[in-house]
Design a protein around this ligand. Structure first.
Ligand SMILES: [Zn+2]
Ligand SMILES: [Zn+2]
Length: 423
């Protein structure tokens, strides 16, 4: 039979790579629960309109990158390209949206974008997301940013900078958009890239973070939104920066940070890391106060962030699962049942281990145990069975001794100590 290949742009995650992902997820749960964020799991598939309306028709994501297809009844469905829109849709559906309180959610999982597969870009990628709904205070911005910071520190990142900007609000943004359009219209259209020629009128803000060199040079002299904020936005932004300062979170104002999604207003941010070698954004987010209403819900403010797990995984390559505590080698078929009981008992007490189901020579078993890098190899043959014993071999020293089957736990050299994780 011919083999079935995986789909282009999709990847299988084997250990040790998958270990990094487990680590990221465990740390996310550990840190976010401390901040009272609860896990929300939303569907992978949503109606296409959800993303078109929230992310914005003019964005690259909606125009070029969505994984969209009709279902059997011809309805247009899209595999989520990001998490926030689905979280808001779910939130509006839930009683939480009419409770008047603050809701905090985090989500972990795969996202999908139909991009041309290239190095470092997969069509399925993974994100850690957090969203806070129902609070517009600058303290909320500072809280979620400091939670992100704590998370990235817990993953072991050291060389990080927070880049931050304010995108204004419906009061001050239109005036700035007009000013920016004027500025852009005063430039030779030839310097713009093809995308920006189109969006310099429809979505001028996006020109600010275009990576094309012509656009970048031209934008250097553009008006800055931070100089055009209304009083409310200015006070909000100043307060956020003041709190971040007091938390010793190093930040850099980046007036051209606009993020690729249309729904952001006021505070937007990215975390840039030097840990991977070249500077790259490992996380980003911002405030989206109009989004809940735009998606048919009440007027509720929100702020959130996303971390790209593929980028972070590059930093976590050294993370390995702890080796198994034991490998149990069965030397005779009649010892098999007893061996399995013993292994079950040890697992019940918190030890990690496996047994070999094939009857092999001692030598071949030890080779297996070595391959699995276990600390201790237990050997159980007929002789041991009769004496209610088991041979315990310390794989690092090679020292082997017979102990009573009742004392194996002690012999494993560990007082009972359940492991709370694998790392
Ligand atoms: Zn404003
Ligand atoms: Zn451009």
């Amino acid at each position: 039979m011919s083999r079935i290949n995986k789909i282009k742009g999709f990847f299988d995650l084997f250990p040790p790579e998958s270990t990094s992902y487990m680590f990221m997820e465990d740390k996310a749960r550990e840190i976010f629960l401390k901040y009272s964020y609860q896990e929300l799991r939303t569907p992978i598939l949503e109606q296409t309109e959800l993303f078109a309306r929230s992310i914005g028709q003019e964005t690259d994501v909606v125009q070029k990158e969505m994984y969209t297809f009709p279902d059997r009844k011809g309805r247009s469905l899209t595999m989520r390209p990001e998490a926030t829109a689905g979280v808001i849709r779910a939130f509006i559906d839930s009683p939480a949206s009419s409770s008047g309180g603050v809701s905090r959610f985090f989500t972990l999982g795969p996202m999908f974008r139909y991009e041309r597969p290239q190095k470092g870009r997969a069509r399925q990628f993974h994100q850690v997301n957090a969203e806070m709904l129902g609070e517009d205070s600058p303290y909320a911005d500072a809280e979620i940013i400091s939670m992100l910071w704590a998370y990235l520190q817990a993953l072991g990142l050291q060389e990080m900078t927070l880049e931050i900007n304010s995108l204004g609000c419906p009061l001050c943004r239109p005036g700035f958009d007009t000013e920016l359009k004027h500025f852009l219209a005063g430039n030779d259209p030839e310097v713009f890239c093809e995308d920006c020629r189109r969006r310099s009128d429809s979505n001028p803000l996006r020109v600010l973070d275009c990576k094309a060199s012509g656009c970048r040079d031209m934008v250097a002299g553009a008006p800055r939104i931070v100089d055009n904020l209304c009083q409310g936005c200015k006070e909000h932004f100043d307060k956020v920066l003041e709190i971040l300062n007091s938390f010793n979170i190093p930040f850099k104002l980046n007036p051209f940070l606009v993020r690729g999604l249309d729904y952001y207003q006021r505070t937007t941010f990215e975390v840039i890391s030097d840990d991977i070698g070249s500077q790259s954004a490992v996380a980003g987010g911002g405030r989206y106060d109009g989004l809940v209403k735009d998606l048919g819900g009440p007027e509720i403010p929100g702020i959130g962030f996303a971390c790209g797990m593929e980028r972070l995984a590059l930093l976590l390559r050294g993370i390995r699962e702890k080796p198994l505590d034991f490998y149990l080698a069965v030397l005779h078929q009649d010892a098999m049942h007893k061996a399995m009981q013993l292994v079950q008992r040890l697992r019940g007490k918190g030890y990690h281990g496996e047994m070999g189901f094939k009857i092999r020579s001692v030598k071949s078993h030890l080779r297996q145990a070595n391959k699995k890098k276990v600390k201790t190899c237990l050997l159980l043959g007929l002789d041991e069975m009769q004496k209610n014993q088991v041979q315990v071999k310390d794989m690092s020293t090679g020292v082997q001794r017979a102990v009573s089957q009742d004392d194996v736990e002690q012999a494993l050299g560990l007082v009972f100590q359940p492991r709370n994780n694998n790392f």
